[in-house]
Design a protein around this ligand. Structure first.
Ligand SMILES: [Zn+2]
Length: 302
């Protein structure tokens, strides 16, 4: 009995983080939330999955309905989550990061999606990735990741006001880390700015704009599973000769290697813009950004 009482007193004297249950959509968001919370929340997307095309398990849908807070990029990123969130109701809070104050959004290029009205696009129509409106891969601009840390801290503080100072301090420390990361990557990528490269899917607009890189194109419009060799030669020609072509971790690199064929384009290592092959946790965001910079440099500075 005495033991129970002392436990209660200890709990009252040293308030632990309130038990706010948070569910996130994809690993980089999970990482940014982990930075602010001081512990790693649940993520819906399992390792190795395609962020744009995923089917929630029923247990995950139930978890969503019970969550105090869902933090996600938005329907443009994960249409599979948008439908479920609409369907489950629930009275938990939701933070859609593309709509956070201060985010810099970029639109997809005009020629990004000719849709199905044009004959030449029939071979590489995209699946499940809405290209109307904004490019959702906004965490690849470190400025946006910093803005999101604040937005996450504000949202958590509403649910757990006692710990608001901790959330704010964690967000501030996270922003300092991101600023240092950004400076390092800026210096690292400076020498390869003018080397055109081709990517697997159109995820790199924010990263390329922020660091001044030259993306010649994406072999798949959106996240098609079967981009064509014709598409690659089209992009290579338009680019006036791309140096490297980068596969992605969640897809078989053989396809991309075949496509490169005798075009003279070097196939680089696989990029992981959505962190699908990285260890979860607060470090993932920095590892993701460093990974992109290292992989790009690895091929383009040859
Ligand atoms: Zn993507």
């Amino acid at each position: 009995m005495r033991y129970t009482i002392s436990l209660l007193l200890a709990t009252a004297a040293f308030p632990a983080f309130a038990d706010v249950s948070v569910v996130t959509d994809i690993p980089p968001v999970q990482s940014l939330v982990a930075t602010v919370m001081g512990k790693t929340p649940e993520v819906l997307l399992p390792p190795g999955s395609d962020a744009h095309n995923f089917q929630l398990r029923p247990s995950q849908a139930r978890g969503l309905a019970n969550a105090d807070l869902v933090v996600w990029v938005g329907p443009e990123m994960t249409p599979w989550l948008a439908g479920t969130l609409d369907g489950i109701g629930g009275d938990g809070a939701r933070l859609g990061l593309l709509k956070a104050d201060g985010v810099t959004l970029r639109d997809y290029a005009e020629d990004h999606d000719h849709g199905h009205d044009h004959d030449h696009d029939h071979d590489h129509e995209h699946h499940g990735h809405s290209h109307d409106g904004h490019d959702p891969h906004a965490w690849l601009d470190p400025h946006n990741a910093s803005v999101w840390l604040d937005a996450i801290a504000v949202e958590l503080s509403k649910l757990d006001p006692d710990n608001a100072p901790t959330y704010a301090a964690n967000a501030a420390a996270g922003k300092e880390s991101i600023a240092a990361l950004d400076a390092e990557i800026t210096a690292q990528l400076a020498p390869i700015k003018d080397k055109p490269f081709i990517v697997f899917h159109d995820a790199y607009g924010y990263f390329a704009e922020h660091y001044g890189l030259t993306v010649a194109g994406a072999v798949s419009l959106g996240d098609a599973s079967s981009p064509s060799a014709a598409r690659l030669s089209e992009i290579t020609k338009a680019a006036g000769g791309a140096v490297c072509l980068f596969p992605e971790v969640q897809h078989d690199p053989k396809l991309v290697t075949q496509m490169a064929g005798d075009t003279g384009v070097t196939v680089g290592d696989a990029l992981d813009p959505e962190g699908s092959a990285l260890d979860a946790g607060p470090e993932l965001y920095a590892n993701l950004m460093h990974g992109l910079a290292d992989t790009l440099t690895g091929c383009l500075s040859r």
